[in-house]
Design a protein around this ligand. Structure first.
Ligand code: NAD
Length: 439
Protein backbone atom coordinates (compact mmCIF):
# COMPACT_ATOMS: atom_id res chain seq x y z
CA UNK A 1 0.00 0.00 0.00
CA UNK A 2 1.20 3.51 -0.82
CA UNK A 3 1.77 6.55 1.37
CA UNK A 4 0.10 9.44 -0.41
CA UNK A 5 -0.28 13.15 0.29
CA UNK A 6 -3.18 14.87 -1.49
CA UNK A 7 -2.78 18.63 -1.98
CA UNK A 8 -6.10 20.48 -2.14
CA UNK A 9 -9.11 19.38 -0.09
CA UNK A 10 -11.59 20.43 -2.77
CA UNK A 11 -14.07 18.46 -4.85
CA UNK A 12 -11.33 16.40 -6.50
CA UNK A 13 -8.82 16.09 -3.69
CA UNK A 14 -11.18 15.13 -0.89
CA UNK A 15 -12.86 12.36 -2.91
CA UNK A 16 -9.48 10.98 -4.02
CA UNK A 17 -8.14 11.17 -0.45
CA UNK A 18 -11.15 9.39 1.07
CA UNK A 19 -11.28 6.65 -1.61
CA UNK A 20 -7.51 6.04 -1.48
CA UNK A 21 -7.73 5.79 2.32
CA UNK A 22 -10.65 3.37 2.04
CA UNK A 23 -8.57 1.24 -0.35
CA UNK A 24 -5.97 0.88 2.42
CA UNK A 25 -3.44 3.54 1.44
CA UNK A 26 -2.01 5.84 4.12
CA UNK A 27 -3.32 9.27 3.12
CA UNK A 28 -2.43 12.76 4.34
CA UNK A 29 -4.65 15.53 2.93
CA UNK A 30 -3.08 18.99 2.77
CA UNK A 31 -4.75 22.36 2.34
CA UNK A 32 -3.98 26.02 2.99
CA UNK A 33 -7.46 26.45 4.49
CA UNK A 34 -7.43 25.55 8.23
CA UNK A 35 -11.21 25.09 8.28
CA UNK A 36 -11.04 22.27 5.68
CA UNK A 37 -8.17 20.57 7.52
CA UNK A 38 -10.10 20.75 10.77
CA UNK A 39 -13.28 19.42 9.13
CA UNK A 40 -11.47 16.32 7.81
CA UNK A 41 -9.77 15.67 11.15
CA UNK A 42 -13.20 15.72 12.82
CA UNK A 43 -14.31 12.99 10.39
CA UNK A 44 -16.64 15.32 8.50
CA UNK A 45 -16.87 16.28 4.83
CA UNK A 46 -16.10 19.83 3.65
CA UNK A 47 -18.28 19.38 0.51
CA UNK A 48 -21.64 17.85 -0.37
CA UNK A 49 -21.02 14.56 -2.16
CA UNK A 50 -23.09 11.37 -2.00
CA UNK A 51 -21.49 8.75 0.27
CA UNK A 52 -18.46 10.86 1.15
CA UNK A 53 -19.06 11.62 4.84
CA UNK A 54 -19.24 7.96 5.96
CA UNK A 55 -15.99 7.28 4.06
CA UNK A 56 -14.20 10.17 5.76
CA UNK A 57 -15.62 9.26 9.16
CA UNK A 58 -14.47 5.64 8.78
CA UNK A 59 -11.00 6.35 7.36
CA UNK A 60 -10.20 9.11 9.85
CA UNK A 61 -11.35 6.84 12.68
CA UNK A 62 -9.16 3.92 11.54
CA UNK A 63 -6.15 6.23 11.01
CA UNK A 64 -5.76 5.83 7.23
CA UNK A 65 -6.79 9.45 6.55
CA UNK A 66 -5.74 12.64 8.29
CA UNK A 67 -5.31 16.27 7.24
CA UNK A 68 -2.64 18.87 7.87
CA UNK A 69 -1.54 22.40 7.02
CA UNK A 70 2.10 21.33 7.33
CA UNK A 71 3.52 20.60 3.88
CA UNK A 72 6.94 19.47 5.10
CA UNK A 73 5.41 16.97 7.48
CA UNK A 74 3.10 15.60 4.76
CA UNK A 75 5.94 15.15 2.27
CA UNK A 76 8.16 13.51 4.88
CA UNK A 77 5.40 11.03 5.75
CA UNK A 78 4.55 10.03 2.14
CA UNK A 79 6.16 8.77 -1.10
CA UNK A 80 3.79 10.31 -3.60
CA UNK A 81 1.85 13.59 -3.78
CA UNK A 82 -1.26 14.29 -5.80
CA UNK A 83 -1.72 17.98 -6.67
CA UNK A 84 -5.47 18.66 -6.81
CA UNK A 85 -5.57 22.44 -6.38
CA UNK A 86 -7.83 24.72 -8.44
CA UNK A 87 -7.01 26.01 -11.94
CA UNK A 88 -9.64 28.75 -12.41
CA UNK A 89 -9.94 30.71 -15.66
CA UNK A 90 -7.79 33.82 -15.98
CA UNK A 91 -9.62 36.93 -17.31
CA UNK A 92 -8.38 36.20 -20.86
CA UNK A 93 -9.75 32.64 -20.71
CA UNK A 94 -6.37 30.99 -20.23
CA UNK A 95 -5.94 28.46 -17.45
CA UNK A 96 -4.89 30.00 -14.11
CA UNK A 97 -1.78 28.24 -12.85
CA UNK A 98 -1.01 30.26 -9.72
CA UNK A 99 -2.21 27.59 -7.25
CA UNK A 100 -0.55 24.74 -9.15
CA UNK A 101 2.80 26.54 -9.34
CA UNK A 102 2.68 27.54 -5.66
CA UNK A 103 1.81 23.99 -4.61
CA UNK A 104 4.59 22.55 -6.83
CA UNK A 105 7.14 24.99 -5.39
CA UNK A 106 6.18 24.18 -1.81
CA UNK A 107 6.25 20.43 -2.47
CA UNK A 108 9.62 20.69 -4.27
CA UNK A 109 11.22 22.61 -1.39
CA UNK A 110 9.97 19.93 1.02
CA UNK A 111 11.32 17.13 -1.22
CA UNK A 112 14.75 18.81 -1.23
CA UNK A 113 14.70 18.80 2.59
CA UNK A 114 13.49 15.19 2.72
CA UNK A 115 16.43 13.85 0.67
CA UNK A 116 14.52 10.74 -0.52
CA UNK A 117 12.78 9.88 -3.78
CA UNK A 118 9.27 11.30 -4.01
CA UNK A 119 6.80 11.42 -6.91
CA UNK A 120 4.76 14.54 -7.71
CA UNK A 121 1.64 13.81 -9.74
CA UNK A 122 -0.53 16.70 -10.88
CA UNK A 123 -4.26 15.96 -11.12
CA UNK A 124 -5.50 19.53 -11.69
CA UNK A 125 -6.71 20.31 -15.22
CA UNK A 126 -3.90 21.99 -17.15
CA UNK A 127 -3.44 22.62 -20.89
CA UNK A 128 -1.05 20.47 -22.98
CA UNK A 129 2.56 21.43 -22.41
CA UNK A 130 2.02 22.82 -18.88
CA UNK A 131 3.81 19.94 -17.15
CA UNK A 132 6.84 20.29 -19.42
CA UNK A 133 6.93 24.07 -19.64
CA UNK A 134 5.68 25.16 -16.21
CA UNK A 135 5.36 22.44 -13.57
CA UNK A 136 8.61 20.53 -14.12
CA UNK A 137 10.71 23.73 -14.34
CA UNK A 138 9.00 25.03 -11.15
CA UNK A 139 9.66 21.75 -9.34
CA UNK A 140 13.31 21.66 -10.44
CA UNK A 141 13.95 25.33 -9.63
CA UNK A 142 12.44 25.09 -6.15
CA UNK A 143 14.19 21.80 -5.27
CA UNK A 144 17.51 22.18 -7.06
CA UNK A 145 16.93 18.55 -8.17
CA UNK A 146 16.46 16.87 -11.55
CA UNK A 147 13.01 15.61 -12.52
CA UNK A 148 12.92 11.95 -13.54
CA UNK A 149 16.23 11.27 -11.81
CA UNK A 150 16.03 12.72 -8.27
CA UNK A 151 12.24 12.79 -8.02
CA UNK A 152 9.33 11.42 -10.03
CA UNK A 153 6.76 13.35 -12.04
CA UNK A 154 3.39 12.41 -13.47
CA UNK A 155 0.17 13.86 -14.81
CA UNK A 156 -3.02 12.00 -14.00
CA UNK A 157 -6.21 13.87 -14.97
CA UNK A 158 -9.41 13.41 -13.01
CA UNK A 159 -12.67 12.68 -14.89
CA UNK A 160 -15.13 12.42 -11.97
CA UNK A 161 -18.55 14.01 -12.09
CA UNK A 162 -19.66 15.85 -8.96
CA UNK A 163 -22.67 14.11 -7.32
CA UNK A 164 -21.51 10.67 -8.58
CA UNK A 165 -17.84 11.16 -7.70
CA UNK A 166 -17.40 8.06 -5.53
CA UNK A 167 -19.27 5.85 -7.98
CA UNK A 168 -17.02 7.28 -10.76
CA UNK A 169 -13.91 6.60 -8.66
CA UNK A 170 -14.71 2.90 -8.31
CA UNK A 171 -16.17 2.46 -11.80
CA UNK A 172 -14.33 4.97 -13.99
CA UNK A 173 -14.99 5.39 -17.69
CA UNK A 174 -11.38 6.28 -18.30
CA UNK A 175 -8.02 6.13 -16.53
CA UNK A 176 -5.20 8.02 -18.22
CA UNK A 177 -1.84 9.09 -16.91
CA UNK A 178 1.63 10.04 -18.01
CA UNK A 179 4.86 9.69 -16.03
CA UNK A 180 8.42 10.59 -16.89
CA UNK A 181 9.95 7.90 -14.64
CA UNK A 182 9.31 4.21 -14.04
CA UNK A 183 8.69 4.56 -10.29
CA UNK A 184 5.81 6.98 -10.82
CA UNK A 185 4.35 4.97 -13.70
CA UNK A 186 4.48 1.80 -11.59
CA UNK A 187 2.85 3.36 -8.53
CA UNK A 188 0.04 4.83 -10.65
CA UNK A 189 -0.60 1.40 -12.18
CA UNK A 190 -0.62 -0.17 -8.71
CA UNK A 191 -3.04 2.38 -7.24
CA UNK A 192 -5.50 1.74 -10.09
CA UNK A 193 -4.94 -2.02 -10.32
CA UNK A 194 -8.20 -3.03 -8.67
CA UNK A 195 -10.43 -0.82 -10.78
CA UNK A 196 -12.53 -2.21 -13.66
CA UNK A 197 -10.89 -0.02 -16.31
CA UNK A 198 -7.82 -0.17 -18.56
CA UNK A 199 -5.01 2.24 -17.56
CA UNK A 200 -3.72 4.25 -20.51
CA UNK A 201 -0.11 5.27 -19.87
CA UNK A 202 0.71 8.07 -22.33
CA UNK A 203 3.07 11.07 -22.70
CA UNK A 204 2.35 13.93 -20.27
CA UNK A 205 0.98 16.30 -22.94
CA UNK A 206 -1.29 13.57 -24.34
CA UNK A 207 -2.82 13.05 -20.89
CA UNK A 208 -3.26 16.83 -20.55
CA UNK A 209 -4.94 16.98 -23.99
CA UNK A 210 -7.24 14.02 -23.27
CA UNK A 211 -8.65 15.84 -20.24
CA UNK A 212 -9.56 18.92 -22.31
CA UNK A 213 -10.87 16.76 -25.13
CA UNK A 214 -13.08 14.91 -22.65
CA UNK A 215 -14.55 18.05 -21.14
CA UNK A 216 -15.01 19.76 -24.50
CA UNK A 217 -16.76 16.64 -25.82
CA UNK A 218 -19.08 16.60 -22.80
CA UNK A 219 -19.84 20.29 -23.42
CA UNK A 220 -20.51 19.64 -27.13
CA UNK A 221 -22.86 16.79 -26.19
CA UNK A 222 -24.89 19.01 -23.86
CA UNK A 223 -25.09 21.80 -26.44
CA UNK A 224 -25.98 19.41 -29.25
CA UNK A 225 -28.72 17.76 -27.20
CA UNK A 226 -30.08 21.19 -26.26
CA UNK A 227 -30.06 22.39 -29.86
CA UNK A 228 -31.79 19.23 -31.10
CA UNK A 229 -34.26 19.54 -28.21
CA UNK A 230 -35.08 23.13 -29.23
CA UNK A 231 -35.60 22.22 -32.90
CA UNK A 232 -37.61 19.11 -31.97
CA UNK A 233 -39.83 21.19 -29.70
CA UNK A 234 -40.47 23.68 -32.52
CA UNK A 235 -41.57 20.71 -34.68
CA UNK A 236 -43.83 19.31 -31.95
CA UNK A 237 -41.52 16.32 -31.45
CA UNK A 238 -40.40 14.92 -28.08
CA UNK A 239 -36.67 15.73 -28.01
CA UNK A 240 -36.03 13.49 -24.98
CA UNK A 241 -37.34 10.51 -26.89
CA UNK A 242 -35.31 11.48 -29.97
CA UNK A 243 -32.04 11.63 -28.04
CA UNK A 244 -32.76 8.54 -25.98
CA UNK A 245 -33.40 6.42 -29.08
CA UNK A 246 -30.44 7.97 -30.94
CA UNK A 247 -28.15 7.09 -28.01
CA UNK A 248 -29.37 3.49 -28.00
CA UNK A 249 -27.35 2.99 -31.20
CA UNK A 250 -24.06 2.01 -29.59
CA UNK A 251 -22.80 0.54 -32.85
CA UNK A 252 -22.51 3.75 -34.88
CA UNK A 253 -23.97 6.86 -33.25
CA UNK A 254 -22.36 6.45 -29.84
CA UNK A 255 -19.13 4.77 -30.86
CA UNK A 256 -15.66 5.55 -32.26
CA UNK A 257 -17.11 5.81 -35.78
CA UNK A 258 -16.80 9.36 -37.17
CA UNK A 259 -14.55 10.26 -34.22
CA UNK A 260 -11.09 10.20 -35.77
CA UNK A 261 -9.08 13.28 -36.80
CA UNK A 262 -8.76 13.37 -40.59
CA UNK A 263 -10.32 15.22 -43.51
CA UNK A 264 -13.68 16.97 -43.91
CA UNK A 265 -16.99 15.10 -44.10
CA UNK A 266 -18.95 14.93 -47.32
CA UNK A 267 -21.09 12.59 -49.35
CA UNK A 268 -24.70 12.65 -50.34
CA UNK A 269 -26.13 12.75 -46.80
CA UNK A 270 -24.25 14.57 -44.05
CA UNK A 271 -23.84 18.02 -45.69
CA UNK A 272 -27.33 17.95 -47.22
CA UNK A 273 -29.04 16.84 -44.02
CA UNK A 274 -27.19 19.24 -41.72
CA UNK A 275 -28.13 22.07 -44.13
CA UNK A 276 -31.77 20.94 -44.12
CA UNK A 277 -31.99 20.74 -40.33
CA UNK A 278 -30.36 24.14 -40.03
CA UNK A 279 -32.85 25.54 -42.56
CA UNK A 280 -35.72 24.02 -40.61
CA UNK A 281 -34.40 25.65 -37.43
CA UNK A 282 -34.14 29.05 -39.12
CA UNK A 283 -37.71 28.79 -40.41
CA UNK A 284 -38.87 27.98 -36.88
CA UNK A 285 -36.81 30.92 -35.48
CA UNK A 286 -34.73 28.52 -33.40
CA UNK A 287 -31.01 29.24 -32.89
CA UNK A 288 -28.76 26.53 -34.37
CA UNK A 289 -25.30 27.90 -33.60
CA UNK A 290 -23.73 24.46 -33.30
CA UNK A 291 -25.09 23.16 -36.62
CA UNK A 292 -23.99 26.42 -38.30
CA UNK A 293 -20.53 25.98 -36.82
CA UNK A 294 -20.36 22.36 -37.99
CA UNK A 295 -20.73 23.41 -41.64
CA UNK A 296 -18.29 26.30 -41.22
CA UNK A 297 -15.72 24.10 -39.49
CA UNK A 298 -16.01 21.54 -42.27
CA UNK A 299 -15.25 24.19 -44.89
CA UNK A 300 -12.33 25.38 -42.77
CA UNK A 301 -10.88 21.87 -42.89
CA UNK A 302 -10.79 22.08 -46.70
CA UNK A 303 -9.20 25.58 -46.46
CA UNK A 304 -6.57 24.10 -44.17
CA UNK A 305 -5.67 21.38 -46.68
CA UNK A 306 -5.47 23.96 -49.47
CA UNK A 307 -3.06 26.06 -47.41
CA UNK A 308 -0.99 22.99 -46.63
CA UNK A 309 -0.67 22.16 -50.33
CA UNK A 310 0.43 25.71 -51.17
CA UNK A 311 3.09 25.44 -48.42
CA UNK A 312 4.46 22.26 -49.98
CA UNK A 313 5.76 24.23 -52.97
CA UNK A 314 5.11 21.88 -55.93
CA UNK A 315 3.01 22.69 -58.99
CA UNK A 316 2.17 19.15 -60.08
CA UNK A 317 -0.15 17.54 -57.58
CA UNK A 318 -1.09 13.86 -57.46
CA UNK A 319 -4.27 13.18 -55.53
CA UNK A 320 -4.92 9.65 -54.30
CA UNK A 321 -8.66 9.24 -53.90
CA UNK A 322 -11.38 11.67 -54.93
CA UNK A 323 -14.61 9.96 -53.85
CA UNK A 324 -16.06 11.28 -50.60
CA UNK A 325 -14.54 8.42 -48.60
CA UNK A 326 -12.66 5.18 -49.03
CA UNK A 327 -14.56 2.19 -50.38
CA UNK A 328 -17.01 4.01 -52.65
CA UNK A 329 -17.12 5.59 -56.11
CA UNK A 330 -19.57 8.26 -54.87
CA UNK A 331 -18.37 11.77 -55.67
CA UNK A 332 -21.39 13.65 -54.37
CA UNK A 333 -20.23 16.56 -52.16
CA UNK A 334 -16.82 14.94 -51.82
CA UNK A 335 -14.52 17.26 -49.84
CA UNK A 336 -11.62 15.82 -51.86
CA UNK A 337 -13.38 16.88 -55.06
CA UNK A 338 -13.88 20.37 -53.56
CA UNK A 339 -10.18 20.51 -52.71
CA UNK A 340 -9.29 19.32 -56.21
CA UNK A 341 -11.51 22.00 -57.81
CA UNK A 342 -9.94 24.72 -55.71
CA UNK A 343 -6.41 23.58 -56.54
CA UNK A 344 -7.21 23.41 -60.25
CA UNK A 345 -8.71 26.91 -60.08
CA UNK A 346 -5.47 28.11 -58.49
CA UNK A 347 -3.52 26.81 -61.48
CA UNK A 348 -2.09 23.59 -60.11
CA UNK A 349 -1.58 20.74 -62.55
CA UNK A 350 -3.62 18.09 -60.73
CA UNK A 351 -3.90 14.41 -61.57
CA UNK A 352 -6.05 11.92 -59.68
CA UNK A 353 -5.78 8.23 -58.92
CA UNK A 354 -9.06 6.63 -57.85
CA UNK A 355 -9.71 3.17 -59.28
CA UNK A 356 -13.36 3.08 -58.13
CA UNK A 357 -14.21 6.44 -59.68
CA UNK A 358 -12.28 5.47 -62.80
CA UNK A 359 -14.29 2.28 -63.10
CA UNK A 360 -17.55 4.20 -62.74
CA UNK A 361 -16.29 6.65 -65.33
CA UNK A 362 -15.37 3.82 -67.72
CA UNK A 363 -18.85 2.35 -67.27
CA UNK A 364 -20.32 5.74 -68.14
CA UNK A 365 -22.02 6.20 -64.78
CA UNK A 366 -23.38 9.73 -64.28
CA UNK A 367 -21.07 10.91 -67.03
CA UNK A 368 -17.98 10.88 -64.87
CA UNK A 369 -17.86 9.00 -61.61
CA UNK A 370 -21.07 8.78 -59.64
CA UNK A 371 -22.21 12.27 -58.87
CA UNK A 372 -19.42 14.47 -60.18
CA UNK A 373 -21.08 17.75 -59.32
CA UNK A 374 -17.83 19.67 -59.69
CA UNK A 375 -16.39 21.15 -62.85
CA UNK A 376 -13.51 18.67 -62.76
CA UNK A 377 -12.81 17.15 -66.16
CA UNK A 378 -12.18 13.64 -64.87
CA UNK A 379 -11.45 12.24 -68.31
CA UNK A 380 -8.24 14.20 -68.55
CA UNK A 381 -7.30 14.03 -64.88
CA UNK A 382 -7.72 10.40 -63.89
CA UNK A 383 -4.54 8.33 -63.99
CA UNK A 384 -4.86 4.54 -64.09
CA UNK A 385 -1.62 3.61 -62.36
CA UNK A 386 -0.55 4.84 -58.95
CA UNK A 387 3.14 4.57 -59.85
CA UNK A 388 2.60 6.86 -62.85
CA UNK A 389 0.90 9.40 -60.59
CA UNK A 390 3.77 9.30 -58.09
CA UNK A 391 6.42 9.54 -60.82
CA UNK A 392 4.80 12.59 -62.42
CA UNK A 393 3.92 14.54 -59.24
CA UNK A 394 5.81 17.07 -57.10
CA UNK A 395 3.45 16.42 -54.17
CA UNK A 396 1.12 13.51 -53.39
CA UNK A 397 -2.09 14.11 -51.44
CA UNK A 398 -3.44 10.96 -49.86
CA UNK A 399 -7.15 11.19 -49.14
CA UNK A 400 -8.32 7.61 -49.84
CA UNK A 401 -6.86 4.22 -50.80
CA UNK A 402 -4.39 4.73 -47.98
CA UNK A 403 -2.69 1.33 -47.76
CA UNK A 404 -2.22 1.18 -51.52
CA UNK A 405 -0.75 4.70 -51.58
CA UNK A 406 1.66 3.97 -48.73
CA UNK A 407 2.88 0.79 -50.36
CA UNK A 408 3.48 2.56 -53.67
CA UNK A 409 5.25 5.46 -51.96
CA UNK A 410 7.44 3.04 -50.01
CA UNK A 411 8.46 1.32 -53.21
CA UNK A 412 9.03 4.51 -55.18
CA UNK A 413 12.65 5.27 -56.01
CA UNK A 414 12.26 9.02 -55.47
CA UNK A 415 11.56 10.78 -52.20
CA UNK A 416 8.12 12.20 -52.89
CA UNK A 417 6.65 14.84 -50.58
CA UNK A 418 3.21 13.74 -49.45
CA UNK A 419 0.36 15.11 -47.37
CA UNK A 420 -1.54 12.55 -45.31
CA UNK A 421 -5.04 14.07 -45.31
CA UNK A 422 -6.35 11.17 -43.24
CA UNK A 423 -3.81 11.72 -40.45
CA UNK A 424 -3.30 8.03 -40.08
CA UNK A 425 0.45 8.14 -39.45
CA UNK A 426 1.62 11.17 -37.44
CA UNK A 427 5.11 9.66 -37.50
CA UNK A 428 5.54 9.62 -41.26
CA UNK A 429 7.58 12.80 -41.60
CA UNK A 430 10.62 11.87 -43.70
CA UNK A 431 10.37 8.13 -43.22
CA UNK A 432 10.96 5.45 -45.83
CA UNK A 433 11.39 6.73 -49.34
CA UNK A 434 8.92 9.57 -49.02
CA UNK A 435 8.81 12.72 -47.06
CA UNK A 436 5.43 13.03 -45.42
CA UNK A 437 3.42 15.65 -43.67
CA UNK A 438 0.55 14.65 -41.50
CA UNK A 439 -1.28 17.96 -41.54
P1 NAD B 1 -11.52 23.31 -5.40
O1 NAD B 1 -11.44 24.77 -5.60
O2 NAD B 1 -12.78 22.69 -4.88
O3 NAD B 1 -10.35 22.83 -4.42
C1 NAD B 1 -9.06 23.29 -4.50
C2 NAD B 1 -8.46 23.23 -3.10
O4 NAD B 1 -7.07 23.48 -3.20
C3 NAD B 1 -9.01 24.29 -2.15
O5 NAD B 1 -9.46 23.66 -0.97
C4 NAD B 1 -7.82 25.20 -1.87
O6 NAD B 1 -7.83 25.76 -0.57
C5 NAD B 1 -6.67 24.21 -2.05
N1 NAD B 1 -5.37 24.80 -2.29
C6 NAD B 1 -5.02 25.89 -3.03
N2 NAD B 1 -3.69 26.07 -3.00
C7 NAD B 1 -3.16 25.08 -2.25
C8 NAD B 1 -1.85 24.71 -1.86
N3 NAD B 1 -0.79 25.41 -2.25
N4 NAD B 1 -1.69 23.63 -1.10
C9 NAD B 1 -2.74 22.89 -0.69
N5 NAD B 1 -4.01 23.18 -1.02
C10 NAD B 1 -4.22 24.26 -1.79
O7 NAD B 1 -11.12 22.64 -6.80
P2 NAD B 1 -11.66 21.28 -7.46
O8 NAD B 1 -13.05 21.47 -7.96
O9 NAD B 1 -11.37 20.16 -6.54
O10 NAD B 1 -10.75 21.18 -8.75
C11 NAD B 1 -9.37 20.93 -8.64
C12 NAD B 1 -8.80 20.69 -10.02
O11 NAD B 1 -9.38 19.51 -10.58
C13 NAD B 1 -9.08 21.81 -11.02
O12 NAD B 1 -8.00 21.91 -11.91
C14 NAD B 1 -10.31 21.32 -11.76
O13 NAD B 1 -10.40 21.87 -13.06
C15 NAD B 1 -10.04 19.82 -11.81
N6 NAD B 1 -11.24 18.97 -11.88
C16 NAD B 1 -12.36 19.29 -11.20
C17 NAD B 1 -13.45 18.44 -11.25
C18 NAD B 1 -14.72 18.77 -10.52
O14 NAD B 1 -15.73 18.16 -10.81
N7 NAD B 1 -14.70 19.70 -9.59
C19 NAD B 1 -13.39 17.26 -11.97
C20 NAD B 1 -12.21 16.94 -12.63
C21 NAD B 1 -11.13 17.80 -12.58
Amino acid sequence: MAKISVFGIGYVGVVAAACLAKDGHEVVAVDIDPAKVDTINRGKTPIVEKGLEPLIEMTVANGSLRATLDIGEAIAATDLSFVCVGTPSAPDGSVGLTYVVKACEAIAAAIARKKAYHSVVVRSTIVPGTMDKVCIPALEAASGLIAGKDFGVGYYPEFLRESTAIEDYYDPGLIVFGAIDETTDKILHEINAGLPCVCHSVPLATAEMIKYTSNSWRAVKVTFANEIGNIAKACGVDGQQVMKILCSDLKVNISPYFMRPGFAFGGSCLPKDVRALRHLAKEAHVESALLDAVLEANEAQIDRAETMVSQMGGQTIGMVGISFKTGTDDLRESPLASLASRLIAKGYDLKIYDPFVQQAYAEGMSGAGRGNDTSIDLKNRLVGELDDLIDSSDVILVGNHYAEAMQALDQSSDKVPMVDLLRIRPDIRSSGTYQGICW
